[in-house]
Design a protein around this ligand. Structure first.
Ligand code: ADP
Length: 263
């Protein structure tokens, strides 16, 4: 396992004991579900842990057209011949790597049929098309994320699926941690990063009322990068916070008022 401070690891500031939970899950061959709002560090966390454990990482951004074949693989025509091409999940199983299914609830239903035998004590990937039945080797781990904040009743994770995963709840980092992250990722000084995080704190108390979700750490880093590059704060906030968060003029105005009260 790599040293946590190795310079070639993707930088990740832990929020709590999530690195230890991930490591233990990996050592025990257990799948892990990361729950939390968009842009709060889930993907970076998985990238960091995969590098730390020295495992290849296959990330799949799930969408409503994503099928089991997209994960497992398919026969493709190559130079007049039909050849089998492994999908990212199959590659991860063969190599003992980590497969990260980002926003897994978005995927089509047939995906869960593939995941179930991989996420219980069978730990097998069945590939109907090739007749293979692959046992997942030591080192293979399935990680999935989903955002429970979206109020989409049709797209909840079924208990029969979610109860196969260990779960970690993510949220936006504590202010002091978030200031450090925003400053480090953008190059903006801590004082100005602090003002952005303060604004985020106010905006996040509004989410659920007028906003579907609070401003993400990712957007704060965008705003900070624009400001660090010399853009005026108001312009940066408009492009990186206000426009991305809402299309409604009255909500945008409320966000501008909030920003004016912080700056
Ligand atoms: P998610 O997968 O939850 O949507 P990401 O992992 O893509 O979010 O995070 C968005 C960005 O925020 C990352 O690219 C990184 O710059 C930054 N970030 C968020 N949390 C952390 C953290 N704990 N440590 C380091 N960077 C972070």
């Amino acid at each position: 396992m790599k040293d946590v401070h190795s310079p070639d690891l993707p930088v990740y500031t832990p929020q709590s004991d999530e690195c230890e939970v991930f490591e233990t899950a990996h050592a025990n061959g257990l799948p892990l579900l990361l729950k939390g709002p968009t842009g709060c560090g889930k993907t970076r966390f998985v990238e960091h842990m995969a590098a730390r454990l020295g495992r290849p990482l296959y990330t799949v951004a799930c969408h409503d057209d994503l099928s089991a074949a997209d994960l497992i693989g398919r026969y493709l025509l190559k130079g007049g011949e039909t050849v089998w091409v492994d999908g990212p999940l199959t590659r991860a199983v063969r190599e003992g790597g980590i497969c990260y299914l980002d926003e897994v609830v978005e995927a089509r239903k047939d995906v869960t049929v593939v995941l179930h035998p991989l996420t219980d004590d069978r730990r097998r990937l069945v590939i109907d098309r090739t007749g293979e039945d692959l046992p997942a080797p030591e080192g293979f781990m399935l990680v999935a994320s989903y955002n429970p904040g979206y109020q989409n009743i049709l797209k909840k994770l079924k208990p029969s699926t979610r109860q196969r995963f260990l779960s970690i709840g993510f949220d936006f980092p504590q202010p002091d941690t978030e200031i450090g992250i925003v400053a480090a990722e953008s190059g903006l000084d801590r004082a100005r990063a602090g003002a952005l995080v303060r604004l985020a704190g106010h905006i996040r108390t509004l989410s659920g009322m007028d906003l579907e979700e609070g401003v993400s750490t990712r957007l704060l880093i965008y705003a900070a990068s624009l400001i660090a590059g010399g853009m005026k704060v108001e312009r940066a906030l408009e492009a990186a916070v206000i426009e991305p968060l809402s299309d409604e003029a009255d909500v945008q105005q409320a966000l501008r008022d909030l920003a004016a009260s912080v700056y």
